[in-house]
Design a protein around this ligand. Structure first.
Ligand code: AR6
Length: 174
């Protein structure tokens, strides 16, 4: 489906209406993509995040984007992988769905996602990619206000996993 793009790149460079941040429940910054987003946005982003009072796993909260080229940053803490029996799958799907719901509510037409939870949170990559792709496609089918979602994969291994997940889903529905 052309409304879902998968690319390799740096999400801090995306000029989409919103970018999603793979945050932690404090929303006060960290390493990985979270660190990169805060560095590129400048210290005002952290100041706004401090007013939000954190965010539960699987939910999402939006801020302005400050020096980033997008309009909004939607922060969602994905689940930490604990072996698969701690509702990780459901919580990861919630992160994608609730981030898209925030984007819709803000009037965003284009949204970019990083690969939530597959870095220091250690969610198995292929499993995460299937959940992300299925959840995004389901949302796009039901919500035509979002024109395009871009999955921004930082490295080629992540890119291949998301491309494979999309191909598998397309085969299933062919
Ligand atoms: N653009 C796109 N993707 C990126 C970028 C970037 N600039 N930088 C890294 N990635 P991670 P998590 C990829 O660890 O697993 C933070 O400390 C990265 O290669 O950033 O959800 C938070 O504060 C990987 O594929 O997020 C939390 O404490 C993906 O983004 C914790 O990490 C996610 O890796 C969240 O862990």
């Amino acid at each position: 489906m052309e409304r879902l793009q998968i690319i390799q790149g740096d999400i801090t460079k995306c000029q989409t209406d919103a970018i999603v941040n793979a945050a932690n429940t404090s929303l006060l910054g960290g390493g990985g993509v979270d660190g990169a987003i805060h560095r590129a946005a400048g210290s005002e982003l952290l100041a706004e995040c401090r007013t939000l009072g954190g965010c539960p796993t699987g939910e999402a909260k939006a801020t302005k984007a400050y020096r980033l080229p997008c309009r909004y940053v939607i922060h969602t803490p994905g689940p930490i992988w604990r072996g698969g029996k701690a509702e990780e799958d459901r919580l990861l799907a919630c992160s994608y769905r609730n981030s898209l719901a925030q984007a819709s509510a803000l009037g965003c037409k284009t949204v970019a996602f990083p690969s939530i939870s597959t870095g220091v949170y250690h969610f198995p990559l292929h499993r995460a990619a299937r959940i992300a792709i299925d959840t995004i496609l389901e949302y796009l089918q039901a919500h035509h206000e979002i024109a395009c979602v871009t999955m921004v994969c930082f490295d080629s291994v992540t890119l291949s996993a998301y491309q494979q997940a999309l191909a598998e889903t397309e085969q299933k529905h062919a």
